[in-house]
Design a protein around this ligand. Sequence first.
Ligand SMILES: Nc1ncnc2c1ncn2[C@@H]1O[C@H](COP(=O)(O)OP(=O)(O)OP(=O)(O)O)[C@@H](O)[C@H]1O
Ligand SMILES: [Mg+2]
Length: 194
Amino acid sequence: MKRVILITGTPSVGKTTIAQILASLLNAKYINLTELAEKEQLTRGKDKKRNTLIIKEAKMRQKLEQIITQTTANDIIVDGHYAAAVTPTTLTGFVFVLRRNPKQLRELMQKRGFNQSKQDENIAAEILDVCLIEALRTQPKERVCELDVTGKSTDEVIKEILFVLEGKNKCSTGIVDWLGSLEREGKLHEYLRI
Ligand SMILES: Nc1ncnc2c1ncn2[C@@H]1O[C@H](COP(=O)(O)OP(=O)(O)OP(=O)(O)O)[C@@H](O)[C@H]1O
Ligand SMILES: [Mg+2]
């Protein structure tokens, strides 16, 4: 039985870093949705206001199903912030939603040279739990594992994921509350700018 592991979370949270290490540890097939969309031309133009490509979701779902079915690897890792929405639930085993404190997320995006509106958009998505909500809307709740990666090394994050995969830890959600903590610090307006 193949095991499909989704790694999702707000852009810049650290998905690709973690997903690639995990893929090499498990000898898994690694699928990066941004690269797949480009390679297979699964986009239909640009959302000009947000400066992002629009994904052909149905086509991407089909393509993913095909790749997952055809690969000889036992484990498949799907890396992307919309992974939960485009991977058929009949195939998914685990959905890891990486979370990062908005302050740290902003620092990472600044380092990557994201412009202000991209930073604001992604920080709002992180504060408002957008990826988590999408994972819970599209996938069975018991498969959704939220992980707070704030201040953690990649080794620590990988260890937590392996614990879940090995059945030593149960998945849980509702572990962070950025909205509440920023509000208590009086910093919500500084971060939530939409
Ligand atoms: N555990 C970590 N600790 C510190 N920095 C990290 C960690 N994981 C990733 N980073 C850094 O954060 C930045 C974003 O990481 P990465 O590219 O993995 O994010 P991503 O979620 O895949 O982003 P995107 O959605 O744009 O593909 C990179 O500069 C990376 O080096
Ligand atoms: Mg990435």
